[in-house]
Design a binder for this molecule. Structure first.
Ligand code: PLP
Length: 489
């Protein structure tokens, strides 16, 4: 059965299409069509005359629905949780009805002001350090995706690094500033763990800088440490390269690992020009729970933090919540004000113009759905939602463990993500698994065994796991995600 995410919350009756979402389990999770199917169903030329809505709506079921992968389906277990909710959908509908581009405060003051308020609420819900609240020098802004957030802060990081260096060198002549800035940019490097999401590499490509990774290991739960960060910075320095950006992760894509914030915070004190960004795209939602908020307390050293409400916090795509320690770092890099964007409110300095905190000019009214969601569930409702998913992951792990003749668990449930592999028959080997005798909940357990990629049993397990995955995928009964973690399929 569906949980209560899609059906209207108490006291609301919804349009028929929302109620029909109750039939979702009756549809297949994955479509059974071939590439190009839609070309065959739709005319190749646009309609010369307008058509009645009744005709258009009919075509939804006939042409579009057969090509939909149902991310809200109970058998959808791929990529990440994607929470669509009724209040979130209503927020989208209101925002669509009120469409405006919202780049400056005056474009629609409620849009800007609600965004500041809900992001301050969310920062409190996640127990983020006060530096990220709008009452100080920081604040939050909604971006379209975690990748967009990375590029945005990387550009701010690059420009802050260059600006500080030019100040130190006393370069002020505009031509010289430009030449020297180009030279400096050519020596900059962004660094992150090898388990950081691919958006970090993409961000560095877009920012026009180098990108280097640091290997992490099973024996340390795939976490990046301060010593590793120092070693990489110094290694790059010896080659005449300057680290300007360090990406740390709370909940990596493959295993939901968490970098060692405490040791990294200590080391980066020695490198004050490096911008540190925390990517908590998926697992950041777990910070609603007091038992995870020790991590929030470790974040005061960050320059920026980003989490996607559209992954695990009941808000429809897109709602990536980016916080910065110093909003001036963003606006110094991204604010350009030609005469057509000028107005008295901007000049007064009393308003926020979010165009200066992002890449595009125009922006959607995304704060509305967040407001509806936060009000509908309240902090307690959000906590229940996350706890429920954590319990399901623990239950699932127990079921997998009960078949240790077939499966091995590579990483126990972290933030509700379980990573498993298939055990080859007749092979007695030290493949990783949860500890049979450990009485703690699985999510608190560690797996001591470092898989050896040269081990024959592991290679066999990789092959078999790959084959089983392909077979599950071919049935289209469930949608799972396969990946390779440090040589383990
Ligand atoms: N960071 C992490 C840790 C992720 O797992 C993902 C996507 O799954 C991303 C970033 C990219 O998110 P987005 O699609 O919002 O760019």
């Amino acid at each position: 059965p569906l949980d209560n995410r899609i059906v209207p919350p108490m006291g609301m009756t919804g349009p028929a299409f929302i109620e029909a979402a109750g039939n979702l389990p009756l549809r297949p999770v994955l479509p059974s069509i071939s590439p190009g199917y839609l070309q065959k169903l739709l005319p190749s030329t646009p309609p010369a005359k307008g058509e009645p809505w009744s005709e258009i709506e009919k075509d939804m079921e006939r042409t579009i629905m057969p090509g939909i992968t149902h991310w809200q389906h109970p058998k959808y277990m791929a990529f990440f949780a994607a929470s669509s909710t009724y209040p979130g959908i209503l927020g989208e509908m209101w925002a669509a009805a009120l469409t405006s581009a919202n780049f400056n405060w005056i474009c629609s003051p409620a849009v800007t002001e609600l965004e500041t308020i809900v992001l301050d609420w969310l920062a409190q819900i996640l127990a983020l350090p006060d530096i990220f609240l709008s009452k100080g020098e920081g604040g939050g802004v909604i971006q379209g995706s975690a990748s967009e957030a990375v590029v945005t802060v990387m550009v701010a990081a690059r420009e802050r690094y260059v600006r500080r260096q030019l100040e130190r060198e006393g370069v002020t002549d505009p031509d010289e500033v430009e030449d020297r800035a180009c030279e400096l940019r050519g020596k900059l490097v962004a660094i992150a763990s090898a388990e950081a999401h691919s958006s970090t590499k993409k961000g560095a490509i877009i920012a026009g800088t180098r990108f280097r990774t640091i290997a992490v290991h099973r024996s340390n739960e795939y976490a990046l440490t301060g010593d590793q960060v120092r070693a990489k910075i110094e290694e790059l320095k010896a080659k005449g390269l300057h680290t300007y950006y360090l990406g740390v992760t709370l909940g990596s894509t493959n295993t939901c690992s968490v970098d060692d914030f405490v040791s990294i915070a200590e080391v980066v004190q020695e490198y004050p020009d490096i911008w540190i960004h925390c990517d908590a795209a998926y697992a950041g939602s777990a910070l609603v729970l007091p038992e995870y908020q020790y991590l929030s307390k470790q974040m005061a050293f960050l320059d920026s933090f980003d989490m996607n409400m559209h992954k695990w916090l009941l808000t429809n795509f897109d709602a990536s919540c980016l916080y910065v320690r110093k909003r001036k770092d963003l606006t110094d890099a991204l604010s350009i004000t030609p005469s057509y964007l000028k107005n008295d409110f901007t000049d007064s300095g009393l308003v926020t113009d979010y165009r200066d905190w992002q890449i595009p000019l125009g922006r959607r009214f995304r704060a509305l759905k967040i407001w509806f969601v936060l009000r509908t569930w309240g902090v307690e409702g959000l906590q229940q939602h996350i706890r429920h998913h954590l319990k399901l992951a623990d239950l699932f792990t127990g079921l997998v463990k009960g078949r240790s003749d077939i499966f091995r668990i590579l990483t126990p449930p972290k933030f509700a993500l379980v990573v498993l592999m298939v055990k080859p028959k007749n092979i007695q080997s030290k493949l990783p698994n949860v500890d049979e005798g450990d009485p703690r909940p699985y999510q608190d357990q560690q797996i001591p065994i470092e898989p050896d990629v040269n081990d024959e049993a592991l290679q066999k397990a990789n092959e078999i796991t790959k084959e089983v995955y392909a077979q599950v995928d071919a049935t289209k009964e469930f949608f799972l995600t396969a990946s390779v973690v440090c040589g383990v399929y």
